[in-house]
Every structure is written in structure tokens, then in C-alpha cells.
Design a protein. Sequence first.
Length: 220
Amino acid sequence: MPALHKLTASPERVALSVHYRGLADYTGTWREMQAYTDTRTAETPDELWLLQHPPVFTLGRNGKTEHLLHHPGDIPVIHVDRGGQVTYHGPGQLVAYPLLDLKRRRLGIQSLVHLLEQSVIDLLADYSIHAGRRDKAPGVYVNGRKIAALGLRVRRGCCYHGLSLNVAMDLSPFSIINPCGFANLEVTQLADLGIDVPFDTVTAQYRHHLEHLLNASAHE
């Protein structure tokens, strides 16, 4: 996919500009999300950024360093302003950052979390894979293993950060952490579930499901 390709939803739907950002530096992307949120107005369009990150561990606002079990080696550890504990990002993982005006969409934070989880559940259903949620443990799970993680920040009624979906990546860095603060939590990915499709195909499918759910919620 091109590094910065823009597509816009059809006029009859809720405005959402979609950007494919390729492999993007974590800190730079995070600062861009903050700036976009801080400077947006009531007329600013919502955006969805779809990308991958180079290897990085991130800890949420209340993240505890005790969940980093071993020295991370060359992988940086960044303390950020999202919710949640520690997670890992790396190439082969799809990251989706919805930058949404929740007030304009009349969408609560719990409803957004549910919607983001459902977008992954629906994607996996395309491949006849049953996935689900856990109480008090946001994300998506397959046979008890976590395949998608969530972490959001809401500022001025608008959200940023988002969701990561393991597609076909090196999962070994997850062994250095308690994923999302849960000891002994195993992770999985599409490739380990027998889904061998191009990353761009998964990205397009995910975008379709998320847009569908966002549009449906706007008309409820």
C-alpha cells in the first residue's frame, strides 16, 4: 500500500477519511494523533489511520513496569497516554487508529470499545473463526488467546489511539511482557490460525467491517 493514500466515504454516509500509512514510527504517529485531536474543530472530518509500527513496547497511563518481565533489548519502551497496560507492536501487526468526534457521532466510550472489538470478530468470522470478548479485559480472543488489543484516549470529546490486530508477525516479544497486564496470557495471530492471505487484503477487509459498523451506529 502507498505510504499515505487517502480515500473518503461516500457522501450519504458519515464522513470518514481513511489513510494507509505503511510502516510508521510510533512516537511520530502518536504526536500527530495528539495534534490532530487538539486542533480539530466541529467541522474537522473523522479519520482512520491504518498502519504498522517498527518493534516497540508501549505502556498506558497506568502502565506498571512490573509487567515488563525481562530487559527489552533493542526494542524501545514508550510511556504513552492511552488506557491499558503494556503491549507490543511490530511489523506484521495491523494497527487501526480511529480519530473520531464521539460527541458528533453520539458514541460513548464503551460503545466504541464494543464496536472496535466487533470489527475484529466480524473479520475473523469471514474465515469461519469464532472469536469473542472477555469481561474487564478489552480485546478479542480466540480459544483463550489474545489476537487483538485495545487502548484509547478521549480528549475534548474526541478519541485517538485504537486497536492492534496480530496478522503475521514475530510474536516472541510478547514473552517479555504480561500482555495488557495479564500474567501468562497467550497471544495468537491470523497466520497461526491458518489464515494465509496478504496483509493488504486483511487491511482492506478490516476497513470494510469497521466502516460498516461506524455507519450503522451513526444511523441508530
